[in-house]
Design a protein around this ligand. Structure first.
Ligand code: FES
Length: 216
């Protein structure tokens, strides 16, 4: 079996920047939408995790999930109020408006653009959204792109894997919905940020946003 460094085509003494660059490059080259296979793509993700953690990917993941697991069996989940970033321009709204969600609630938006749903305990935000019948964008589901990025305006979303967002974006409340697990009773999020100028370069091909919703 190839070493994680061989999978990423780097030397064992590569520094952090080289590792990140190699991961991004290999994630692009092995992405199933670019002619790669799912097995190759997953091997690249596992290799990156192994290098970063110094442990086996399985162990790192298990420990993380155990740490963030909820202990209350009766946990009702997280109530998430969501708003589609793409409708902001149409209404002359800004992502920084203090009353953004109040205006959205009064605007009569379609439920694919604004609404409320519940994410079950131990579900990621994206899994909860999909269980409710909605289609939010994603590509890799492994922390290697910004296709699934959301802005967390209120509440908390943990991050299992994030190899892509800069500290500035994270400080701005940007998180990845594909592996982020809600950590608060209530959340307000803006989804579909993939075309935001500072995220556009971080996208991978394979945008699966079809605006589908329950009842379609
Ligand atoms: S879909 Fe790529 S990081 Fe979430």
């Amino acid at each position: 079996m190839d070493s994680p460094f061989a999978v990423l085509h780097i030397d064992a003494d590569a520094d952090d920047d080289e590792i990140k660059r190699a991961y991004r490059q290999q994630a692009k080259e092995t992405h199933p939408d670019r002619g790669g296979s799912e097995a190759e793509f997953k091997a690249v993700q596992a290799a990156y995790e192994a290098i970063r953690s110094g442990e086996t990917p399985d162990r790192a993941t298990t420990e993380f999930v155990e740490n963030i697991s909820r202990t209350d069996e009766q946990d009702p989940g997280t109530h998430v109020t969501y708003l589609n970033y793409e409708v902001l321009d149409d209404h002359g709204w800004s992502i920084d408006d203090d009353d953004l969600f109040t205006k959205a609630a009064e605007a009569g938006l379609d439920d694919r653009d604004y609404g409320r749903l519940t994410v079950d305990p131990k579900e990621t935000l994206l899994e909860g959204v999909e269980r409710c019948g909605y289609a939010w964008p994603y590509a890799c589901r492994g922390g290697a792109c910004a296709n699934c990025a959301v802005a967390v305006c209120d509440g908390e979303l943990s991050q299992l894997v994030d190899h892509i967002l800069s500290d500035d974006l994270t400080d701005d409340g940007i998180r990845l919905s594909c592996n982020g697990m809600p950590q608060s009773d209530e959340m307000h999020v803006i989804f579909n940020l993939k075309n935001r100028p500072d995220l556009a370069d971080l996208k991978l091909p394979g945008d699966r946003f079809t605006n589908a919703y329950a009842g379609d």
